[in-house]
Design a protein around this ligand. Structure first.
Ligand SMILES: [Zn+2]
Length: 395
């Protein structure tokens, strides 16, 4: 294997970091830059915009357009840097001896830069099997952006044969992760003087009962639910992350909120848990509240919903291929979510493998080592070699 120079990838990475692509901002300047880079190689990208027209996914195919190939996918958005103790500028690349620093270098602009630096190699390699690039927006706020692109791909005549998501796994091959569903439950009660508790509906009390219900559910899942030793922890979790309610000690709270999440094992149905939670609020809590005040209610607002990535038999050939290219036969799971389950849901076998560690993501002085970026370049080289060698799928 040739050891390629990191210089082109670092040059691109420096440009990518300088775009402030926090999920709250437009990603179009970055997307236009990427489109320009691809155009320079004669590759025309398709953009799939959001409803406001201020964000877009980018999809491009290198090589034959009439058949599916290997898709390399990553998100262009990053989490905020404000309020964190950064010692270097967050939206500029800082070079140190063995690493580069900046918001998104690990999660996941380092991967995008390596992919873009390898485009000339992919052009050579893709005479028979194409390489697709899928760059999304709004991943960090619940894998929202990529859905627009995937709904188009699901109906398209040509769909990728497989996908590699370049989230930071320290270049290990991850074949599965949990799914996530999160909700805000707003409890609407009735205010009153705290001496006259029987005339009001204490929203904080009912919120607390719901939190206790969630806690019982979590304990049940831990003690009696499905277990899978590949995951840490090896069961589906339920977690309350935020509760609020009340304005003063001597006022019956008329409003309270609970935010909670379910992180389910692949194969465990989060929908059944959510349905049971809704049934508990509707059949047990709300009737008791309405006995005092007809307008009382518990309203559910969805916050996050993405599916698990499962290690499926249909993906075994891809896992084999990617492990060979990564030079590491050992697969793992990851504790964080990715867009991978959404690709899998439209029938595209998917694994996760990218440079840098999730330990450095979302933190001050986020970094990726030069060794990790080099390893990713070698990985892309090996993938290119594999693509050039013949059909991806042993049909
Ligand atoms: Zn990420």
């Amino acid at each position: 294997m040739t050891h390629r120079s990191l210089a082109p990838a670092l040059e691109i990475l420096e440009r990518l970091i300088a775009f402030d692509t926090r999920s709250s901002e437009s990603n179009l300047p970055l997307i236009e830059y990427v489109r320009g880079v691809l155009h320079g190689y004669g590759i025309e990208a398709t953009l799939v915009h959001d409803a406001t027209g201020t964000k877009a996914n980018l999809f491009a195919t290198i090589g034959p357009q009439d058949r599916g190939g290997l898709c390399l996918s990553g998100h262009t958005d990053v989490v905020p840097a404000g309020g964190q103790p950064w010692t270097v500028p967050a939206f500029a690349m800082t070079r140190a001896a063995d690493r580069v620093l900046g918001r998104g270098v690990a999660d996941m602009k380092g991967f995008l830069a390596v992919v873009l630096a390898m485009v000339p190699r992919f052009i050579e390699a893709s005479r028979h099997t194409p390489v697709h690039l899928a760059f999304s927006y709004d991943e960090e706020v619940g894998c929202l952006g990529v859905r627009g692109l995937l709904s188009q791909l699901a109906d398209a005549a040509v769909k990728p044969l497989a996908c590699i998501i370049g989230e930071p796994t320290s270049m290990q091959v991850a074949v599965a992760h949990k799914g996530k569903r999160a909700y805000r439950c707003c409890v609407e009660g009735l205010a009153g003087h705290s001496a006259l508790t029987h005339l009001g509906v204490n929203a904080a009390d009912f919120a607390a009962e719901f939190v206790a219900y969630l806690r019982r559910t979590a304990r049940d899942l831990r003690e009696r639910g499905m277990h899978d030793a590949a995951f840490e922890p090896p069961y589906t979790t339920v977690h309350t992350g935020r509760i609020s309610g009340g304005i003063a000690l001597n006022v019956i709270p008329d409003h309270a909120e609970v935010e909670f999440e379910v992180r389910n094992l692949p194969g465990d149905d989060p929908g059944a848990l959510i349905d049971a939670g809704r049934a508990y609020t509707e059949r047990t809590l709300v009737p008791e509240m309405r006995a005092v005040h007809a307008g009382a209610a518990i309203e559910w607002h969805p916050l996050v919903d993405y599916p698990a990535l499962a290690d499926q038999p249909a993906s075994a050939w891809l896992t084999h291929l990617v492990c060979a290219a990564a030079g590491n036969a050992k697969t793992r799971t990851v504790s964080f979510g990715t867009e991978g389950g959404l690709f899998q849901a439209i029938g595209v076998p998917t694994v996760v493998c990218g440079p840098g560690s999730i330990e450095q993501a979302h933190k001050a002085d986020e970094y990726v080592t030069l060794a990790q970026l080099s390893q990713c370049l070698d990985f892309m080289d090996a993938l290119a070699e594999r693509i050039a060698a013949g059909p991806l799928h042993p049909a």
